[in-house]
Design a protein around this ligand. Structure first.
Ligand code: ATP
Ligand code: MG
Length: 112
């Protein structure tokens, strides 16, 4: 199982929800966050003081998926969310050691 964290533009949320649903995603956790990347929250062309950081609103979507879905999910995220401009976002992927559905005590993929 893989934990996938997607940080991207707020206007991409609906498309992302549809995309994940199409990939047999069993659940997701979504929050609004503030963040910056390489440009420290500014457009690339601006020449800013080294320590100046501007945080921009982003959405943070976390989902745990089956290993077999990972490549397809990443490809679809790139195709659906990529605009080729700075600030499109980033995806972080982690191995998940265990999952348990608290209601039943089920473990592993069947608990997703
Ligand atoms: N290394 C990082 N660690 C944690 N969060 C990050 C990291 N890089 C980006 N993020 C998060 O992702 C959001 C979008 O990042 P962004 O797409 O601007 O990344 P980037 O590396 O600057 O790429 P680009 O050059 O395409 O803009 C940031 O606002 C921040 O919330
Ligand atoms: Mg950036």
């Amino acid at each position: 199982m893989k934990k996938v964290e997607i940080i991207t533009r707020p206007d991409k949320l609906e498309g992302l929800k549809e995309l994940l649903t199409a990939h047999n995603c069993h659940g997701m956790t979504v929050s609004t966050v503030m963040g910056c990347g390489t440009q420290r929250g500014y457009v690339a062309e601006m020449n800013l003081p080294e320590l100046n950081i501007n945080l921009l609103p982003k959405i943070f979507v976390m989902t745990v998926i089956e290993d077999s879905e990972l490549d397809k999910v990443l490809t679809d995220i790139y195709e659906a969310l990529g605009t080729g401009t700075v600030g499109d976002g980033k995806v972080f992927v982690y191995d998940v050691v265990e999952v348990m559905r608290i209601r039943t005590g089920e473990r592993g993929e069947k608990a997703l």
